[in-house]
Design a protein around this ligand. Sequence first.
Ligand SMILES: *[C@@H]1O[C@H](CO)[C@@H](O)[C@H](O)[C@H]1NC(C)=O
Ligand SMILES: *[C@@H]1O[C@H](CO)[C@@H](O)[C@H](O)[C@H]1NC(C)=O
Length: 570
Amino acid sequence: MAFKVAFLASLLLLAAAKPMGRRAMAIHESRAAPARGFVKSGVAPAAKELTLRIALKQKNIAGLETALYQVSDPASALYGQHLTAEEVAAFVAPTEDTLAAVSAWLAENELSAKPVTPAGDMLEITLPVAQANELLSTDFAVFTHVESGATSIRTLEYSVPVALKEHIEFFHPTTSFTRPLTPKFKAVRPVPEKTVADAAPVAGAVPASCATVITPACLQALYNIPTTPATQSSNKLGVSGFILQWANKLDLQSFLSNFRKDMPSTTSFALQTLDGGVNTQTRSQAGIEANLDIQYTVGLATSVPITFISVGEDGSDGLDGFMDIITTLINESAATRPSVLTTSYGFDESDLTLPVANTLCNAYMQLGALGTSLIFSSGDGGVSGSQSKSCTTFIPTLPSDCPFVTSVGSTGGINEVGSSFSSGGFSNYFPIPSYQAADVASYLAALGSTNSGKFNRTGRAFPDVAAQGESFEIAFNAQFGLVDGTSCSAPTFAAIVALLNDLLVAAGKAPLGFLNPFLYSAAGRAAFHDVTSGTNPGCSTNGFSAGAGWDPVTGLGTPNFALLKKAVGL
Ligand SMILES: *[C@@H]1O[C@H](CO)[C@@H](O)[C@H](O)[C@H]1NC(C)=O
Ligand SMILES: *[C@@H]1O[C@H](CO)[C@@H](O)[C@H](O)[C@H]1NC(C)=O
């Protein structure tokens, strides 16, 4: 890879340059106060080592976006011709000018940076607080997240040399305040006594018990998901794991022996780790989220190879590993990279600064261009964000509202109704992408002035689609229990996409890649059941309402596998 060689050569050359005088500095990012929930609690120790990421201006991100839509829009001649890693790197690598200018400044300060992405568009430096304060004309301090007591070293403002402003997106972590990700499930609910006896299964009929408890059989019946095993070992489904949430193999085995008697109960998953991630198998230490995500991907995407990607806490991306997991997958060969990645974790959009959110979203753009479908749960706080909280204006959720991922909301009931916790709304950071512009315009016209001033009418709207997310039965710590959340919906939808990809690959076709242009196309939307009732209250309002067509509770609706198969040309 030529660009790496060029990078090293320029560093060596510039390290020999003579130090220059103090450079004129300009404020690069600033905020008036820390994010809500954080307080400044002390001085950062001068000698404490900080690891900072430097996001460099990418050469041609607009070009990558054009290329992404060309390979993801079914109407395009290039549909399905996903990019190679080299092609993506050529768009996102910094220019030689950028690299030379930034490297020279770092060398003047006796710093050398190491690239942490394959294209070298993100660098990392490690330096004491005192030197960081000098370098960025700033004053790093200790901030405490009041609710959890977690502390972090951040600043409210920093500067870079005037001459470098155009070359640097941001230094991170500086002015972003991510609240620590916390497991959303404190406990599973007990499974109710069966009140309705299911009759002998009838092909295509939804068992009556699905009104109170969701199992794989319910989802197979509701969404026409086949039980036929997948055949393509190259087509993998990745399941993200964060914050020491571990997926237990014995729990998976009891889940499969109960709910997938037609599958070997020993069917398991592969493990991939980064940032010091592990997957401890002590049964009492299993994570509810991880067990749910694994049980409903292994249990629905029959015979698709599943990889649990456990992201540990040793990373330095300042985003709980959200950037590192994507960088890792971008850096993999096409043969090992999953065709679908499902993630049931997220942030409130305002926790991240716009430049940081943008760079993370552009990393999803890269992975989408390489042919991976990115599926995110939309969040569980209705219009009040990832988790329910008090608020005056609606809180969109990231990464779900990045235009290059597919956001999945929740429904419940056999006659599906949008779930009250199903997050949905409009981004304040990302403008509305063209694939959904007409749908959103119709929705807003019908909405009139309801919730006026509480959300951004020009922002990317989410979720894109929905799937069941209430009363999922899971095996946890050798018992069974129920959980609710869009965390149930995302793996369900991801399993459907992975099964479609299996059939596509078997037919010699490309996997689906970035889904949204297809989902919103006439053929795509016809494969969804429009959910027309339900609201997602929050911020002392009734939130939005589901209705005919796209809406910010259930998106385009819930999937039908048989119709999707037709829609993708199988
Ligand atoms: C990419 O993968 C190679 C091994 O395949 C590894 O040596 C390198 O460090 C990785 N780079 C990044 C940025 O992860
Ligand atoms: C609303 O969204 C647009 C498009 O993303 C953005 O430019 C604008 O700053 C947003 N407005 C507010 C108040 O956040």
